[in-house]
Design a protein. Structure first.
Length: 612
């Protein structure tokens, strides 16, 4: 299959770009590519597992064992253990230095052995981890188990029996693996925060030990802003004639952070996000999302990030860029990244391309209702409490340990992605999947990151918090929010119109969707009617954001704007652009250009005299 994002006809491995662009070092070595694998029945605790005498063959990292791109394409069952083994051939120039092995994502539980000795263990299939390699190491073995949807850990939409809105599982190593030498006192994290006046940033550098730090910020016209400070304390950097980051001008400031032992490069943006009322925008003057103090309509289609040849892993860096650019070209200003944490390359591309990201927390537990029940939930706006022991059990969250693990993974995701200016909103729960204690978790999110918006319960079972009245609406006619709810209205999923394109579908999966059409002409007519007769009129009634389902088809779900292989755009291209123009024009007619920051704003990102 020839990919539309490049001239290549095969998977691009190893990848040429540094996987962690927000904190990059000049020396590194990719560990992607072919290695040995074996699958055996699970025996006892994972840390007691040892590799078999003979392996089953070769697997291509970083692609999940279930995918064609891995070269294996077989399921990993909950009662099985997956082993990886490869020789470590580290550069001779690194001899005598500390060496870190970085794993961008391994699903779900992993133990890492080097030369037969355990050097690290990690739980959580969507977050990165690092282990250190002893000097002179020669053999790497990674042992993995993954219960997929038979467990209550965070697994998103993965299923051992895929169908409908549940897709083929992703097990084992599914994002980049790389090695890099570390100095005696390594820089571990760099974050930035924007000043209220959009004229400077605070830089917070974390190191293994206390030390002095020098920061150089590259300026748009050439030259640099140079400051010094101490690790662990915010270091202020005034930025003359600052260029705020936005979809129209996604300006990124290059950073070089230096200590006596270490040097890394990173990026920073001048960007704030919050909510402000729109004076004169109807009797309720519902707030709008404001970026750098200026109103913006969130128009972010659902992006699930699956590919036919490689599952949850993008087949190449170009594939990530293709999806983002295609949506931007069609008139959208971002994406809602759906129950998945992408590679850091994805968020870096969103940063530099000016695409907003509404980021879902990955779900675990189980749905409170099935497909039929969801229709009632959408139609009736039902409220179901989520704090009792009975509610916990119904959501598959009866175990306190499971609830604590979810909260830890949530905070870990925020910590992981917070350096990226493209991320403007966190979505805690989607359609009540594993939903529990929403208001308490919302407080946890705001403590962890008081600088972004929060969609606490996307779809249904709203607990009255969050920054939005967030609803899903499929098949049923769109309708305005009630006057008693003054929150901005976020139509966080809608549309989902199906059109199968022969030769470009996942034929092995039964077709699933909400409304089917037989031709591109029928689809165009339906989209035009949906936007012009139902969606766009909602802007005057408080619509402040919308999420069309979805960027591309996924397996048997054929309701994407693009086919699964991204080869065909189903709607007429110019029609879709025109519909998005009309949506933006309706928002502009609210008088949104007059919005400014006010002291009596309902919610502010201001913390002391700074904002992020």
């Amino acid at each position: 299959m020839r990919s539309p994002w490049s001239d290549a006809t095969s998977i691009d491995v190893p990848r040429p770009e540094y996987p962690r662009p927000m904190m990059a070092r000049p020396r590194w070595q990719s560990l992607n590519g072919s290695c040995e694998y074996a699958v055996r029945p699970a025996r006892g605790a994972i840390e007691d597992e040892r590799p078999p005498g003979e392996f089953d063959g070769a697997i291509v990292v970083p692609f999940a064992i279930e995918t064609p791109a891995s070269g294996v394409e077989r399921a990993l069952r909950p009662d099985e253990t997956l082993f990886y083994r490869r020789h470590l051939d580290l550069p001779g120039a690194w001899a005598g230095e500390r060496v870190a092995l970085n794993f961008e994502a391994v699903d779900h539980e992993a133990v890492v052995f080097v030369d037969g000795e355990p050097v690290g263990r990690h739980r959580g299939g969507y977050l990165p981890f690092t282990v250190e390699v002893p000097a002179g190491a020669s053999e790497l073995v990674v042992v993995v188990r993954d219960p997929t949807d038979k467990g209550t850990q965070q697994h998103g939409k993965q299923a051992l029996a895929p169908g409908g809105i549940w897709y083929t599982a992703t097990s084992g190593i599914w994002q980049d693996v790389w090695a890099e030498p570390l100095p005696g006192n390594a820089i571990t994290r760099v974050t930035t925060s924007t000043w209220r006046g959009l004229d400077g940033i605070d830089v917070l550098v974390s190191c293994e030990h206390a030390c002095e730090v020098t920061i150089e910020v590259g300026l748009p016209g050439g030259g640099q802003a140079l400051v010094r400070g101490v690790a662990g304390e915010p270091i202020g950097v005034p930025i003359p004639d600052a260029r705020p980051w936005s979809p129209d001008d996604p300006w990124l400031y290059p950073l070089t952070v230096t200590t006596a032992d270490d040097e890394i490069t990173a990026w920073a943006a001048i960007r704030t996000v919050g909510l402000r009322p729109i004076p004169g925008a109807g009797p309720l003057e519902r707030p709008a999302v404001v970026l750098n103090g200026r109103p913006i309509l969130l128009n972010t289609p659902l992006d699930q990030g699956y590919w036919p040849e490689s599952g949850l892993t993008a087949p190449s860096d170009e594939a990530l860029v293709f999806d983002l650019r295609r949506m931007r070209d069609l008139g959208f200003n971002g994406v809602r990244k759906h129950v998945k944490v992408e590679s850091r390359r994805f968020y870096h591309h969103a940063d530099r391309l000016g695409m907003l990201v509404v980021q879902d927390v990955v779900n675990g537990g189980r749905p409170r209702v099935g497909t039929r029940g969801s229709q009632l939930a959408m139609a009736l706006n039902l409220h179901v409490e989520d704090r009792s022991r009975r509610a916990h059990k119904a959501a598959g969250r009866g175990s306190a340990a499971d609830r604590e693990e979810f909260a830890a993974d949530l905070v870990g995701m925020i910590d992981h992605l917070s350096p990226h200016p493209s991320v403007v909103c966190w979505v805690i729960f989607n359609e009540a999947w594993g939903q529990f204690d929403t208001r308490r978790l919302e407080k946890l999110v705001r403590r962890s990151d008081p600088t972004r918006l929060v969609d606490a319960a996307s779809g249904w079972y709203d607990q009255g918090g969050g920054d939005f009245r967030s609803r899903h609406r499929y098949v049923l006619r769109l309708h305005k929010p009630p006057s008693h709810d003054r929150r901005p209205f976020l139509l966080s999923e809608f549309g989902g119109y199906n059109l199968s394109v022969p030769g470009h579908t996942g034929n092995e999966h039964p077709a699933f969707g909400y409304k089917f059409f037989a031709s591109g002409k029928e689809l165009d007519e339906a989209l035009a009617s949906l936007y012009r007769e139902q969606l766009i009129p909602l802007v005057e009634q408080g619509l402040r954001g919308c999420v069309y389902t979805q960027v591309s088809d996924v397996e048997g779900e054929t309701n994407g704007l693009l086919t699964y292989d991204r080869a065909v755009l189903k709607p007429n291209e110019e029609l879709l652009r025109q519909l998005n123009r009309e949506l933006n024009e309706a928002f502009a007619r609210l008088g949104a250009a007059d919005v400014s920051e006010t002291a009596d704003s309902r919610r502010s990102n201001v913390r002391d005299d700074k904002v992020i």
